[in-house]
Each structure stands twice: as C-alpha cells, then as structure tokens.
Write a protein that binds this ligand. Structure first.
Ligand code: AMP
Length: 575
C-alpha cells in the first residue's frame, strides 16, 4: 500500500534502542519527547503507538491474529537458521526481538540485493500492521504472513528486531504507556493530569499524543467521554474480610454482592430515531454479536437518549442459580449459531454503575448519585443487590447470605467514591469467601521467558491417585513466588530432573506446593476432566512428603461440593 511518510522506521528503532539502554526515567522520556517533537504532525499518532509497542490503541478492536509461528516461518524462508542456533540465542536473552536481531546480523544476506534498497518507512510499517489485522476470512493467515514477510524483507537487522517485538506485543525497552504520558507532559510542559485524563477518556494514547503536539492544552481540554469508546473498568483492591473493609473505608460504604459472572460495559446512543447499542467486555472487546438478548433488553428497558452502563452478566439455571464462569464464557466467545446459544445458555444482566447519562459525564460524581440515577433509568433490569450496613453484624450477615446463594463475596464501595477507570484502588474493596487450598505435586516445569528466563517457572501441578500410582495434571502456574523462591526451586527441580523436551523439564514427583485457586472447572484437556482456574502457589511445602499431597479423590470431592451452591450442567461427565 503506498503510504506517504518522511521518517524511516530505522529512526524509531534507534530511539527505542537508546530508550532501552538508559535506566534513567527522565532520560528515557527526553529521548521519546525529542523524537516525537521532530516528527511531521501526521506521523505522531502512529509513532507514539509503535514506540510503546502496541500498533493498535487499547480501545481498538483490531488484533494481528498472527503469532510466533508465522515469524518462525518467515525466518526459515529468509535466513534458514539452524535450530540449535535459535535455541542458543533464546537461552541467552529470552527476548524474541533480540533473537531476530542476532539472526539478521549473522545472516548478512539481507538488504544487499538492490531490489530492497528502499528504506522501510515508519508509516508503511504502521499501515501494514493495520492491513494485517484487517485481513479476515478464508486464506487470511497466508495473506497476513505475506504482508509481514514484506516488512521483514525490507528490514535492516535493527528494524527486524523491533518488527518482531511489535508482532509479539512485547517491547521490553522500559517504556510503558504511562511513561509516554509523562514524556508528553514533560516535553510539552503540559499538566500530567490533563494528558492522563485525555488518555483515560479516549483510550487512545496515539490520538492523545497527536492532539497534545498539535493543539496543546486547549485540544486536550476538549477531549470528552464519548459513547462507543469503552473505558477501562474500575477495579477493587482486596480486603481480608468484612471487618477489614469497614475499618479501611472509615466512612460509610455500600456493600454490593460480587457476582461471579462477566463484566460488561453497555453503550447506548439514540440519534435521529435510531438507537445504537454496543456491549464491551472487561478487556474492552466488542462482544455485542454474542449477546443479542441483552441488546433487546437494554433497548426496551433503558429508554434514554444516551448512556454508558456497567454490570455483570451471569448464566443461570431455571431456578436462577449461577452456572460456573466457564459455562458463561461459551456464550461470550460465540459469533456463529448465536441464536441456539441464546436458548441453551440464558443469561441475566445485573447492573451496578452508570458512567454517562444523556451526554452528562457521571464518572466524577459520587457513587450514591450514580446508583440513584441508575435505579431511575434501569426499567425492569435488576441492579446488583446492595446493603449499606449500619454495623458489622449486618455486614457479616449480608456476606453469609451472598455466599450461600453461590456468589463470590462482596464489594464494598465508598459512598463518596468517584469512578476511577483502570484503577485498582481502595475506594472499592472486595471480600471473597475463602477457598480451600490443595497440596499438589510438581511433575514438570517450563523454562520461563523474559525476566524469568533463567528459572524454571511454569510448574505443572498434579494430584496423585494412590490406587493406580498415576499423577493427574490439574493445571500450570508461575504465580505466587518471590525471586529467591524461583531461584531455589529451580535448583531443587534440576536435581530431580528426568528429561527435557523443548522447554519442558520433567521431574520426579517429589516437591509439594500449596495451591490457591478460584474454582475447579471442567477440562477437556486433562485426563481427570478437571482443571484449576487461576491457580497460584501460596506456599512451597518442602515440609511435606508427596504422600501428604491431596489425592485426585479429594480434588473430585471439592469439585463436587462446588455444585451444592452452583447449577449443575457443567459437572464432569455431564453435558
Ligand atoms: P476481581 O476480578 O476479583 O478483581 O474483581 C473485579 C470483578 O468483579 C469485576 O471486573 C466485575 O466483573 C466483578 N463484579 C462482580 N460484581 C461486581 C459489583 N457489584 N461491582 C463491581 N464489580 C463486580
């Protein structure tokens, strides 16, 4: 695609190198600021996004849908590297960009043919990434790979390094979106809050950078919350228990049931008699197509000019009991045969927040006001059940009731709290029911990547079957350990290594770890039919012998006990 651009991509690659090389925050910002300020205005948005390693802004629905294997294929075609060399380079840096850089440097073949002497331009890279994302349908992988190959064939080694990093979405130069906000503010002498707020409202740091450089403070002040640009959700910090939540908040709070469903942000706007409604997931993905029943509901019940609502969607059985989370996800991912799914897995929407109403932005008004307005406009759609307790006993009672119904716990929301998009602060505190932990055995471990590349850090967790002597895998995790613990456990695991296939080291089943998890869910992957959701290591139990570990029967018991509270159809062995 012909794209006019005056800046070579190599310039961006060189600035990125400079930013990576210095550890000084201010210097990183100055390198970025100087680079951006020297660019023509029409290139600033693209440059800002490429600099932080995400060609598409947070609110964009574009994804490349290409992975490491496409890049691997291209490298094979262009450079034919020996597998041992690739393994060795990986082991040295653990960074795909650096591996590609080294392969290009060593090959020497690239960029010597006259055909490829036109330099790769910044806007060309940006436009090609958009084109790759937009290729859909039959044969799309081939076409996407061809587009990507066209970039690599023009790249010098340093450019290839940054193309690879963009592809895997991991820049690793120590320059995040937050740093770019600070860099723009510093370089243009603009208040940081103004830049951050514009970014929060647009969800597009590229656009914000362009506005800042072209229109300054005046331009940023004009940025408004707009329907169909989803906001990052406000999140809750953890409280120990109900008492801890009350103590931390000091002032009065509303306790809302924490429903174990999927968060949705619903945008509605009525224009010239036509109503448009879109639904976004917690990760800001547009999930409208999979939820036509909710669209109808909102269309008929929330009859206002425009609004942004937030709520939780639950899949429920005929008696209104919630199904496990995994069951609901089958609805969310669905784009074909949606009607059949609507019948098979009915969902219920519970609302809990209102961020905009008839063009009035509400995120800067207190929770009580938002909730009151929500009650007024929600029609028959239920709101998440709420209690403003006058004492600890009332709060505890409400917690017990919530857990009995099968919900996760409560979220305490300060009555005076404003809505802070993307922030996990103390204005909202979650109190969850405590789940039993399981003592499981590590049967294998994988070499980590990035910061963890020197450690065995993804552990395969299993429960023994004392009768058959088999170990049943239930999941993997690298969560929960300190650096010192990673170091220590890596040594111990290597001592009991049986063999290594690719990055996976199989070990003797000797080390016991205490594992926390959110839920035991049904799994088609593992032989036991069960898997742990969000497993994390609570403690290393070197004090425990493998014979002390929880057996697969215990796991089955816990799994079954979940269904005393939850609906049944997701149980192992049933469909
Ligand atoms: P967590 O994922 O544990 O950090 O908890 C935050 C999630 O709880 C949110 O993203 C929502 O999906 C969910 N949630 C359930 N009920 C509520 C509620 N009443 N208010 C806010 N979030 C809720």
């Amino acid at each position: 695609m012909p794209v006019s651009s005056s800046t070579p991509f190599e310039k961006l690659a060189k600035v990125s190198e400079a930013i990576m090389t210095t550890s000084k925050r201010l210097q990183k910002m100055d390198f970025a600021g100087d680079f951006l300020s020297a660019l023509p205005q029409e290139e600033i948005e693209a440059a800002a996004l490429l600099l932080i390693g995400h060609p598409f802004p947070r609110t964009s629905q574009r994804t490349l849908a290409l992975d490491w294997s496409a890049l691997y294929q291209i490298l094979q075609e262009l450079l034919q590297p020996a597998p041992e060399l690739m393994n060795e380079l990986f082991a040295q840096s653990g960074d795909i960009g650096e591996v590609v850089h080294q392969l290009f440097l060593r090959s020497g073949k690239i960029r010597q043919t006259p055909l490829f002497t036109t330099p790769l331009m910044l806007m060309e890279v940006y436009a090609t990434f958009i084109e790759i994302a937009d290729v859909q349908g039959f044969g799309s992988r081939k076409r996407k790979t061809a587009l990507l190959r066209s970039l690599f064939t023009q790249a010098v080694p340093l450019e290839a390094k940054y193309l690879a990093k963009l592809l895997v979405g991991d820049q690793r130069i120590g320059f995040s979106e937050g740093m770019l906000e600070s860099a723009v503010s510093r370089n243009l002498n603009l208040p940081l809050e103004l830049v951050c707020r514009a970014n929060m409202l647009t969800g597009n740091i590229g656009e914000v950078t362009r506005i800042a450089y072209s229109q300054g403070a005046k331009g940023l002040e004009k940025v408004r919350l707009r329907p169909f640009t989803p906001l990052l959700p406000m999140l809750a910090a953890q409280a120990e228990d109900v008492e801890d939540a009350l103590r931390t908040h000091e002032v009065q709070s509303a306790f809302e049931m924490k429903l174990d469903g999927a968060r949705v942000q619903i945008h509605r706007q009525q224009k010239k008699g036509e109503s448009r409604i879109r639904i976004y997931s917690r990760r800001l993905t547009d999930v409208t197509t999979s939820l036509p029943d909710l669209i109808d509901l909102v269309r008929t019940q929330v009859t206002v000019q425009s609004c942004i609502l937030e709520g939780e969607v639950l899949a429920v059985d005929q008696d209104g009991r919630p199904f496990p989370f995994q069951h609901l996800m089958r609805r969310f991912r669905r784009v074909r045969n949606v009607e059949k799914m609507v019948e098979e897995i009915p969902v219920t929407l519970y609302l809990f927040d209102l961020l905009m109403l008839n063009d009035e932005v509400l995120i800067d008004t207190p929770y009580t006001n938002r909730r009151k307005q929500l009650e007024r406009i929600s029609g028959t759609i239920p709101l998440v059940e709420q209690l403003i307790p006058s004492n600890l006993d009332q709060a505890k009672e409400f917690f017990e009731k919530t857990v009995q119904i099968g919900h996760e716990g409560l979220i305490a929301k300060r009555l005076d709290s404003l809505y802070q998009p993307g922030i996990r602060g103390k204005a909202w505190l979650k109190v969850k029911r405590s789940m039993e932990t399981l003592d499981l055995i590590i049967i294998a471990a994988e070499w980590g990547t990035g910061r963890r590349h020197k450690w065995l850090s993804d552990y395969h967790l299993a429960a023994p079957d004392p009768e058959s002597g088999e170990y049943h895998m239930l999941g993997k995790t690298f969560k929960g350990l300190t650096d010192a613990e990673f170091e220590d456990i890596t040594q111990r695991l290597l001592e009991i290594k049986i063999e290594q296939t690719r990055g996976v080291v199989r070990v003797q089943p000797r080390i016991v770890v205490e594992v926390e998890f959110d839920e035991i869910q049904r799994s088609p992957t593992y032989k036991s039919g069960m898997a742990l959701r969000f497993a994390r290591i609570k403690r290393l139990r070197y004090d425990k012998d493998p014979t002390d570990a929880d057996t697969i029967h215990r796991v089955q018991e816990l799994y079954d006990s979940q269904f005393q509270r939850k609906a049944f159809s997701d149980r192992v062995g049933r469909t």
